[in-house]
Design a protein around this ligand. Structure first.
Ligand SMILES: C[S@@+](CC[C@H](N)C(=O)[O-])C[C@H]1O[C@@H](n2cnc3c(N)ncnc32)[C@H](O)[C@@H]1O
Length: 233
């Protein structure tokens, strides 16, 4: 594991409970977003058995209920945080054919020989730099079966917005609206966002997808800076 990977997941390794508390309060629209993800997985499930890879799965707390209503033939979750994976074991309990991998997501998708019908990633890809996002999309396209789909949940910058302008807006949103987070924890979360969030614009992601031979993304839903995109191989 490189130092930068070690650093960018520090918040999740040391204070996984902080992210968990933030998502529980729905500050990042997990309820609405995972409602869409559930619909997409149910549509796919209705078409027959599907194999699912989850990159940056965390504790899978929000995906697990979606999987219960649209059980995949197999589920592989990948994360660098051992404590999140430990919790994921609990949330996924009772589901068959699940495997959790303590690994870098880019390495995982580049190294695997398996083919997937759906690759999902929730709020993890924005940690990668632009070159690694391109590598990730390319590797995902190569691992998807024809007609397979990449479902990407992530924050995006507005078109024409610099990273600094994005951060000013997002940190303002956190400070003004994440009212029930303890001030010390809010500072910790803001510092993490400031240091490690590198969201792209939709146009940049669409360009990367084109380069990777994926079809143009469909925007399934948008909640402020938080979006659900679907790319078909
Ligand atoms: C914000 S959490 C999202 C968790 C969950 N997918 C969700 O939607 O709530 C981001 C997760 O990505 C993981 N992560 C970040 N960079 C990673 C990398 N390069 N490889 C694997 N996991 C990574 C973190 O450890 C963390 O668990």
């Amino acid at each position: 594991m490189s130092l930068s990977q070690d650093d960018n997941t520090a918040l999740f390794r040391k204070a996984w409970t902080l992210y968990d508390a933030i998502s529980e309060k729905n500050y990042m629209f997990h309820q609405e977003i995972y409602g869409h993800v559930s619909d997409l997985l149910q549509q796919r499930h209705a078409q027959g058995p599907y194999h699912l890879l989850d990159l940056g799965c965390g504790n899978a707390r929000f995906l697990a209920p979606c999987l219960k209503t649209a059980p995949p033939a197999s589920y592989d979750g990948v994360d660098l945080s051992a404590s999140a994976l430990e919790e994921a074991r609990g949330y996924l309990k009772g589901m068959s054919n699940t495997a959790l991998h303590h690994k870098d997501m880019l390495q995982a998708v580049e190294d695997t020989d398996c083919a997937f019908d759906v690759i999902f990633s929730g709020f993890a890809v924005h940690h990668l730099n632009a070159a690694d996002k391109q590598r990730l999309l390319t590797a995902c396209a190569e691992r998807l079966v024809p007609g397979g789909q990449l479902i990407l949940v992530d924050v995006l910058r507005d078109e024409g917005q610099t990273r600094e302008q994005y951060l000013e807006g997002y940190l303002g949103f956190m400070r003004n609206e994440w009212r029930e987070v303890h001030p010390e924890h809010l500072n910790e979360a803001c510092a993490h966002v400031e240091a490690y969030d590198f969201p792209e614009t939709l146009a940049d992601i669409a360009q990367m997808a084109q380069q990777a031979d994926l079809k143009a993304p469909a925007v399934i839903g948008s909640y402020r800076q938080h979006h659900i995109l679907r790319f078909v191989a």
